[in-house]
Design a protein around this ligand. Structure first.
Ligand SMILES: Nc1ncnc2c1ncn2[C@@H]1O[C@H](COP(=O)(O)OP(=O)(O)OP(=O)(O)O)[C@@H](O)[C@H]1O
Ligand SMILES: [Mg+2]
Length: 141
């Protein structure tokens, strides 16, 4: 219905490709900007942008690149949704990937656990050999 806003519908979206560190930085800036526009306190906006950074970097370094969507829902309880998709090798054991210190790249293995801590809700859909789709939501506190 034109002009009618469905409850639960996201009313603004940003889409970006992740092929380089510059792309990651752009997604991080967009994320922070959108959080602030939604009314998130500065510290929370920076934290959500950190989650974006971890997810975009994972797509870049574990899957050779991917795609990012940032969706905003305004309202009495504003929400931001991050979605990062790739067509890389997928994650064989998602539970293990979410545990602190697990990394197949020899780095800290703190990316996904910190995304889980920062965001209110995280879903990870992994198809081994086909890719990963991570979605994460945060309500404006
Ligand atoms: N998009 C992805 N595609 C394939 N594997 C992934 C993806 N994202 C995460 N993983 C797997 O999950 C593991 C844990 O991810 P996490 O982000 O927590 O740590 P990391 O990227 O290895 O290190 P850090 O983020 O601390 O630099 C990775 O080492 C990798 O094996
Ligand atoms: Mg990581």
């Amino acid at each position: 219905m034109p002009g009618h806003e469905e409850p639960g519908a996201f009313d603004e979206a940003w889409r970006g490709r992740i092929r380089s560190e510059d792309d990651v930085q752009q997604a991080v800036l967009e994320c922070r900007r959108r959080c602030l526009a939604l009314g998130f306190p500065m510290t929370q906006a920076f934290l959500v942008a950190t989650a974006m950074s971890e997810l975009a970097r994972n797509a870049l370094y574990h899957a050779g690149g991917g795609e990012v969507f940032i969706r905003c829902r305004r309202g009495p309880s504003s929400t931001i949704e991050l979605e990062v998709c790739d067509h890389g090798p997928g994650i064989v054991d998602v539970e293990q990937a979410l545990s602190e210190g697990y990394s197949t790249r020899g780095t800290l293995g703190l990316g996904l656990p910190s995304v889980k801590r920062i965001m209110d809700r995280v879903t990870i859909e992994s198809r081994p050999g086909q890719g990963v789709r991570v979605r994460a939501w945060k309500h404006c506190p």
